[in-house]
Design a protein around this ligand. Structure first.
Ligand code: G1P
Length: 298
């Protein structure tokens, strides 16, 4: 098995009902944070980590994602005529020329594990990354997936991004029990999907970045459905744990939960503050807004 990670899977088949009516005809992954869709942030993070094959697991009404990563001849032509060089550059540079996009249709929405399994034939016998675009990670000096690739190259075993969450939120995440909770990268002992706070083995939550060995794709074939009828990636990782070490990795950076309205709005403010032209207009009100969003439940 090669150690190099060149393929990333983006499960983008979900309905995004939390953002209705905005997501009635637009995929939730296309919602913009300032001026870029969520999925583009995830793709840029993958490319920065050395990925050259992007595998999108799509569903109905997700054509906008393929269009976004495709060449837009008419638009480019218009911008060229109007000599809008800067804007032309922003659409031409969405994906570097050496990167390929592959789209696989997930015909039934049977959960994250099922979506990842849909990539099996394309991934083959190589370790690969999974990125959930809902989790937008501002990796400070180094993008999160690049940090994880380094950890993977050192260890050769699966690496899963984790962070501490409030104890009362364990039922929103996969939760891990680890060898050494103080360590940056440590072996996972157990993993459980969305336990109630009273049953959670810790408050270390899985966030949407995984580097997995290909064995997971075989294990997903025999992973049963959960009570909600979904095949969970967490359950297959639990099975993988009995065969191979799997590491929990505490990344450097800030994660924004863009699957929630408060997290999405907060990400917009924080990323806007990184744009010189917007910072000036926003900085006075932004602290108050962020504080209010921190107390918002949705
Ligand atoms: C999925 C995973 C969960 C993980 C989360 C991270 O849940 O099943 O283990 O903690 O992503 O965002 P979802 O948010 O899709 O319900």
């Amino acid at each position: 098995m090669s150690k190099k990670i060149t393929k990333a899977v983006f499960p983008v088949g979900g309905l995004g009902t939390r953002f209705l009516p905005a997501t009635k005809s637009i995929p939730k992954e296309m919602l913009p944070v300032v001026d870029k869709p969520l999925i583009q942030y995830a793709v840029e993070e993958a490319v920065a980590a050395g990925i050259d094959t992007l595998i999108f697991i799509t569903g109905r009404n997700k054509q906008a994602i393929a269009n976004h990563f495709d060449k837009a001849y008419e638009l480019e032509h218009e911008l060229e005529l109007k000599q809008k060089e800067e804007r032309l550059r922003t659409i031409r540079e969405i994906i570097p020329a050496h990167v390929d996009c592959i789209y696989i249709r997930q015909s039934e929405a049977l959960g994250l594990g099922h979506a990842v399994h849909c990539a099996k034939k394309v991934v083959g016998n190589e370790p690969f990354a999974v990125l959930l675009a809902d989790d937008l990670i501002d990796g400070n000096s180094q993008p999160c997936l690049a940090q994880m690739v380094e950890a993977f190259e050192e260890r050769g075993n699966s690496v899963i991004a984790v962070e501490e969450v409030d104890h009362d939120k364990t039922d929103q995440y996969g939760i891990v029990e680890v060898d050494d909770a103080a360590s940056k990268c440590t072996a996972i002992q157990a993993i459980v999907e969305k336990p109630k706070p009273a049953d959670a083995p810790s408050n270390l939550a899985v966030v949407g970045r995984y580097i997995l060995t290909p064995r997971i794709l075989q294990l997903l074939e025999t992973t049963g459905k959960d009570a909600g009828g979904e095949i969970q990636l967490t359950d297959a990782i639990s099975a993988l744990l009995s065969e191979q070490p799997v590491n929990a990795f505490k990344f450097n950076g800030v994660r924004h939960d863009c699957g929630s309205k408060a997290g999405f709005l907060r990400a917009n403010i924080e990323f806007a503050l990184q744009h010189a032209d917007l910072e000036e207009q926003l900085k006075e009100s932004s602290d108050k807004i962020c504080e209010a969003l921190d107390h918002q439940k949705d």
